[in-house]
Design a protein around this ligand. Sequence first.
Ligand SMILES: C[S@@+](CC[C@H](N)C(=O)[O-])C[C@H]1O[C@@H](n2cnc3c(N)ncnc32)[C@H](O)[C@@H]1O
Length: 387
Amino acid sequence: MAIIGKDRADITEEDVEFLRANYTSAGGLIPNAYSGGAFFTPTHVARFIVEALRGLSGGSFAEGARFLEPSCGSGVFLEHLPEDGEVTALELDETSAKVASLLYPAANVILGDAFLHDRRDYYEYVIGNPPYGVPIDIAADELPDGFATLTTAKGRAKGKSESAFIELAIKATKPGGYIAFVLPKGIGYNSQAAKVRDLIRETCWHVASVELPGTTFAHVGTTISTDIHILRKVTPNARKVYVKYGQRGNGRFPVDIVEQMDESAADTVWYEGQPPVFHVAITDIGYDKDGKSTDKYGDGLTQLDEILEAFTDTLVRENCDPIAPVNGASHALNVKVPPHEDWRVKAGLYAYWNVLTLGRGEEINGESSFDFDWQDLIVTQYNEGRR
Ligand SMILES: C[S@@+](CC[C@H](N)C(=O)[O-])C[C@H]1O[C@@H](n2cnc3c(N)ncnc32)[C@H](O)[C@@H]1O
């Protein structure tokens, strides 16, 4: 705090290094002390997210690519972004915003409430770990536009932080751009998050879900279960694909796909270009609940490093398994539970997105559903004004 209190001109290199190594905000220092949900992400998890996006972008970020971190804390995600990127970071807490601006002087760190940020359809990448379970309560007339995840009464817009931050990310992302957030597992199935799941399904392709173990945030004093979700904002030229559920063998639930149908008669609807979602559960984050290293080989690599290569175009497809659900409902993010209420009970599972996606290589409109190229093609055609 003494360093943060200094004038900028008096802050030395050593001060900056000290902050980088030690600043944790109150989250982790005093359990539950801070209502802003300030639990910072381990740096290798932030690095994984940035590198996965690099892989999905064909191996490199375009020069000048625009990044937004809407609740940056001390800026752990900024550390991994390319030097030639245009980086905007928002943070409500004055101390954390100052630390982030000292550690990452090239980033545009804006102190203030993320919900006042009014850039829309602008960023190629929105990344971060937003606050969870923090009540949003903001003057509705200060918001730049309406939020489906906030309910307005008596001039105040209220809701839960994680859902509202996802909506903010979707608004801020350019069509065809990516959103990658660490989120509480409940986003996949909680009834409170139903609105934001609908919103995701209506506006995004769901690319990947990576389950993180409860030990991930042990260093900051919480064992919350989280998932990394990677979404891609759909371009307006993408056509909808209407889906009817069917039962085929072994109680699995692949789908019948119809190109045109009355939307209300479909069990779910998604966009052409939606591949089976990459889903993986990380069981070892690199340390145990007491912070002791679990690195058996001494190579510093964790399971996150091992799966990174799956985020290149070809391997994503090879690794997707649309008919082998794994326990845990988190990757059901995009799934609309079908109108038949007993469906979930019959299946004995939540409605797994992987089971419900297009199957192995089924074709729609002459394009293979098991192919990220199709999504890229739709985005390229949109950007070039071809359809
Ligand atoms: C879970 S922490 C994560 C910080 C950082 N993204 C990371 O992963 O290390 C959430 C951060 O959101 C900030 N925050 C909470 N409400 C906010 C708001 N309305 N606008 C901007 N930042 C906010 C908190 O101060 C905190 O630093």
